[in-house]
Write a protein of this length. Structure first.
Lengths: 306, 332
């Protein structure tokens, strides 16, 4: 257990990958009592002016707005206690906007502030959203397209046959390329430091569980990342000396934003029951589980291939 | 003052940051170094203020690839062939297979040129808005610039292997066939461990064009022997019948395949004893009919990676000219 009062974890992910929902739901989860294995708040930070209104929105089942890059909130200071081991920890969690990570990729640089935090970080939550494409879809050659089928479904917004398409820009890079390049930056920025623990969070996991059961979309978080974010998975697997990673499927919101979904998730007596955390074969609504893994409080994690 | 990537920020003209960052601390400032000007040190990073600026993600410049070659054993491959013979599409397909996780013997372990791989594939993606898959041609200024890949064998515990690959612009290939001087100036040819010669099967299917296509490859290989001199014995050559779907779909398929076999025999007779190895491959990286020949493409990449890196080349040149590290790469 790390009992340093200055530990720092980073939330890393591109726009719309679920960082803020995770942070707010974690704050709620830390207030829940019950299981001694879970982490709970040992104290509250003096300044909760950013987190408190978001917490209230989350409890009402409202969707949270994306974090603004122009109004960067101060890092959240969370003080937690682990009842079963009797130890406590405190850590900072800065909620950087997804656009900031796009900018790091496009400017090919880390700001001094992020660099300093990265070098101090005990671990990273790396977010991917289960509904976002990891990569661009490759065009099928026109001669391979079933013209009858295309006529039936319509061509939608497909370009005219003469279109050469738009020129490539750095921002057009696929999400998994952006994340891998950012991890390569992280690797260089942390040269000489110990391996970084990376909790890969697959957001909106409820959509995987409620969606069609397709072989190409595994329902276990580890195999999901292997199949759907293959470049990211290969990169992390190739560098065990630099990245110690584990994959969690997380639904911090617990459902969609339809009136029915909102009625369902707000109708639960315990708001934390709407949270879904899947870790190998282990399934719970304990959002402190990924934090405990980063803190070294999960001595044996479930086999991801189960 | 550097430009800012933020819309509406006039820091370059006024020095006032839109977000009131202190000088040098804004994460949105863009490098004002001209394209290709940065000489990346061995760790590929430069300190800027208290932040860090990393590699561009584009093809590696000669200086950057020299730094990489000095840092660790790296295989060097050079792709040559006439315009539209499928060199860039072949390289794009390699990147795509790592990105979709379909490589069977190797796992992606990193790349200093992920953006260049993205660019190579872009015109073949739905997101580009292109009506049909296409590949941007390699520009002249990209000669002696390299894509980079780090990979791990799938066997646990295997070492990370580095590979840099350059594709010569079609115009330069034609010029090199016609001029020994042009060949001599190609640093990538002087340093390559693997030479990949592309024959465009669309041209091989055309009786009026096929002899020229073959003759150019044969002449180029002869020039390689002249340029590399005694060092040519360390060079592995892969001859690729590219866009093979053009032959496989044509009416005269049997005749065309017979022509390919005869040309293979001709090349073996002329060069089989000169190079470290001479092999022939049939690929269709983005065929108009059927599936891409992924197995054949992966086999070629495996050939590049599984042959031990000939470190003696570097040692020899260093011994001859220690003040010009990697003088064999043609750098000043």
């Amino acid at each position: 257990m790390n009992d340093s009062t200055n530990s720092e974890f980073l939330l890393v992910g591109l726009s719309g990958s679920g960082k803020t929902n995770f942070l707010v739901a974690l704050d709620v989860a830390l207030s829940a009592s019950g299981d001694d294995e879970r982490l709970v708040h040992s104290d509250l930070a003096s300044d909760r002016s950013y987190l408190q209104p978001l917490r209230e929105k989350w409890l009402r089942g409202e969707e949270l707005l994306r974090t603004s890059r122009k109004d960067v909130p101060p890092p959240h200071h969370l003080m937690v206690q682990h009842a079963s081991s009797g130890t406590s920890a405190a850590f900072y969690l800065p909620d950087l906007a997804g656009e900031s990570f796009d900018q790091y990729f496009e400017t090919r640089s880390f700001s001094p502030d992020f660099l300093a935090r990265l070098r101090k970080a005990e671990g990273v939550f790396l977010f991917v959203h289960c509904s976002q494409s990891a990569d661009h879809e490759i065009l099928t050659h026109p001669s391979l397209i079933d013209s009858v089928a295309m006529d039936e479904v319509g061509t939608g917004g497909s370009p005219p046959a003469s279109s050469a398409g738009k020129d490539w820009e750095l921002s057009d890079s696929a999400r998994q390329s952006k994340l891998v390049d950012l991890l390569q930056f992280v690797n260089e920025a942390r040269a000489g430091l110990r391996a970084l623990k990376v909790a890969v969070i697959v957001s909106a996991w409820d959509r995987i569980e409620s969606g069609p059961n397709l072989p190409e979309i595994p329902r276990q978080p580890g195999p999901f990342v292997r199949a759907c974010w293959p470049l990211l998975d290969q990169y992390l697997v190739s560098h065990p000396d630099r990245f110690d990673f584990h994959v969690f499927g997380v639904s911090a919101r617990g459902g969609g934003s339809s009136p029915e979904d909102i009625a369902r998730i707000t109708g639960l007596d315990n708001p934390c029951e709407r949270i879904i955390v899947v870790d190998g074969a282990h399934r719970s609504n304990d959002l402190t589980r990924p934090v405990r893994w980063l803190l070294g409080l999960l001595p044996s994690v479930a086999n991801q291939d189960v | 003052m550097s430009n800012c990537s933020q819309t509406g920020c006039k820091v370059a003209e006024t020095g006032i940051c839109l977000e009131n960052h202190k000088a040098g601390e804004c994460p949105h400032l863009m490098s004002d170094a001209p394209e290709g000007a940065a000489a990346i040190p061995a760790d590929h990073t430069t300190a800027s203020g208290q932040g860090l600026t990393f590699y561009s993600g584009e093809k590696l410049t000669p200086a950057e690839v020299s730094a990489l070659l000095r840092a660790r054993p790296t295989q060097v491959a050079l792709c040559v062939g006439s315009q539209s013979s499928g060199k860039t599409t072949f390289l794009a397909r390699i990147g795509e297979m790592f990105r979709d996780g379909s490589f069977k013997r190797f796992r992606f372990a990193g790349s200093l040129s992920l953006c260049a791989f993205e660019r190579a594939t872009w015109r073949a993606t739905i997101a580009s808005g292109a009506a049909r898959p296409d590949t941007l041609r390699t520009r002249l200024k990209e000669n002696d610039h390299f894509l980079h890949l780090s990979v791990c064998p799938l066997d646990p515990g295997g070492p990370i292997l580095d590979l840099v690959i350059s594709d010569l612009a079609g115009e330069t290939f034609s010029a090199a066939v016609g001029s020994l001087d042009v060949c001599t100036e190609l640093s990538s040819l002087l340093r390559a461990d693997h030479l990949v010669a592309f024959l465009d099967c669309e041209k091989l299917a055309d009786r009026a064009l096929r002899h020229t296509e073959c003759d150019n490859i044969k002449t180029f290989l002869a020039r390689v022997g002249t340029v590399r001199k005694q060092d040519v014995g360390g060079l592995h050559v892969q001859v690729i019948f590219s866009r093979y779907d053009c032959l496989a779909a044509g009416e005269g398929k049997k005749d065309a395949e017979h022509f390919c076999k005869a040309f293979e025999a001709d090349l073996r007779a002329a060069f089989g004893h000169k190079f470290a190895s001479l092999s022939f491959h049939r690929i269709a990286a983005r065929p108009e009919t059927g599936e891409p020949t992924n197995e054949a493409i992966q086999h070629i990449v495996a050939l590049w990676l599984e042959i031990p890196v000939p470190v003696y080349v570097a040692k020899k040149h260093r011994a001859l000219s220690p003040e010009r590290d990697f003088s064999g790469f043609g750098l000043p």
